[in-house]
Design a protein around this ligand. Structure first.
Ligand code: BGC
Length: 390
């Protein structure tokens, strides 16, 4: 329900922006510099001037951020987007370049939450509010807002899926393989925390046997892990969000596993791209007969994998919602008004401050609903079991 409200609020701005862009004669967006928005004298609330918004996205090779880019282009016409090629020094240079250009708001999807603190502080010193996009920027008081899904809930959905399959089998000693996202990304910890909450009881009671993480086995009786304990487990199984690393981790895990530790396997795969790489490695092992695997993002390749029965589930986190939240926040920042309370509903502790944050809704996707969710998403069309980008 909260979603619908956001959708409408966002749509209002998007429509206003689109109308402003289409109307002729337009208030002449100059080719050199866009006119500054003067909200104090305007009679009706104008659409925010998105040309004054700088957006820094982490990595074009990870499907999630291409999905975000598409939504930004639709909802924030004129906003400038730069990619950081998964390189923190490029990210810092991108932010500095936006600061030098004099943008009025920065939206940063950081590569490494801790590393992004310094550039965020430079933006704040220049009077530019920073919105953290999907990934929290850590250890600075200068993050104005954090737009996000509930990442613990995402991990819970992944863990619950595997736990449900295991319980339904009625067996004990099932083969569980654990993998994590990038330990530089705070989200990876939240996903793991959520998954652990569902998996740990079944590891503790012997339903699952963790094949590839002695650290997890050692901590099997600890229901609630500290950040240090999460790091101990996640360090050796971090995919760094890279499919190649994920593939190598999966191959190494399989090389160290006995035949009995193969057969039916349960894979906690952190996202779609790494899941696809890992399930490929598992399927290539002749001793693996059945794979239950997780993911998130609703990336095109994984939609096809789910249709083909090669990936069991994913979690759709529709960037449309985060971008609509950004549209609303940019509007209130430009207008000098408080954030919409239907957008900012919670806070996150980034180690230094409680950052005002959103909590967009997620959708759990399996073979049962993939066709409907993918078609409804507006991202894909599915015809005769084949997915295509829309
Ligand atoms: C995002 C995921 C994404 C991953 C890799 C995480 O921070 O929340 O949706 O799959 O980064 O790009």
């Amino acid at each position: 329900m909260q979603f619908k409200k956001l959708a409408l609020a966002g749509l209002g701005f998007a429509m206003a922006a689109a109308m402003a862009a289409c109307s002729t004669p337009a208030p002449a967006p100059s080719t050199t510099e866009a006119p500054a928005t003067d909200t104090s004298t305007s009679a009706a609330p104008a659409a925010p001037d998105f040309t004054k918004v700088g957006i820094v996205l982490s990595d074009a090779s990870q499907p999630r951020w291409k999905m975000a880019e598409a939504q930004f282009k639709t909802a924030m016409p004129g906003a400038q987007i730069m990619y950081s090629n998964n390189d923190t020094s490029v990210e810092a240079a991108n932010v500095d370049s936006f600061i030098a250009q004099g943008v009025k708001v920065l939206i940063i999807n950081s590569i490494d939450g801790a590393a992004a603190a310094a550039e965020t502080d430079r933006a704040a010193a220049a009077g530019i509010p920073v919105i953290a996009y999907d990934r929290l920027i850590m250890n600075t008081k200068n993050v104005s807002y954090y737009v996000t899904f509930d990442s613990v809930q995402v991990g819970e959905a992944q863990g619950k899926y595997l736990a449900d399959q295991a319980k339904a089998s009625g067996q004990k000693g099932l083969n569980l393989y654990l993998f994590a996202g990038d330990v530089g990304d705070n989200n990876a910890f939240l996903f793991f925390q959520g998954a652990w909450s569902q998996l740990q009881p079944l590891i503790a009671d012997g339903t699952f046997n963790v094949v590839n993480s002695p650290q997890a086995t050692q901590l099997k009786d600890t229901a609630s892990l500290s950040r240090d304990q999460e790091s101990q487990i996640m360090g050796p199984i971090t995919t760094l969000w890279k499919p190649d690393t994920a593939k190598t981790l999966a191959e190494t895990a399989l090389a160290g596993a006995t035949k009995a530790q193969k057969g039916t396997v349960y894979l906690l795969a952190p996202n779609d791209q790494t899941s696809a790489a890992m399930t490929d490695a598992f399927r290539a092992d002749k001793d693996v007969t059945t794979i239950y695997s997780t993911g998130q993002d609703l990336a095109l390749a994984s939609v096809q994998y789910i249709l083909d029965g090669k990936q069991s589930m994913t979690v759709f986190k529709d960037d449309k919602f985060l971008v609509q939240e950004c549209v609303s926040l940019v509007g209130s920042i430009f207008a000098g008004t408080p954030a919409d309370t239907s957008v900012i509903t919670t806070t996150y502790d980034n180690g230094t401050a409680q950052v005002p944050a959103s909590a967009a809704e997620i959708t759990v996707v399996t073979k049962d609903n993939v066709e409907q969710v993918a078609n409804d998403s507006g991202l894909y069309t599915i015809t005769n079991g084949q997915v295509a980008q829309k």
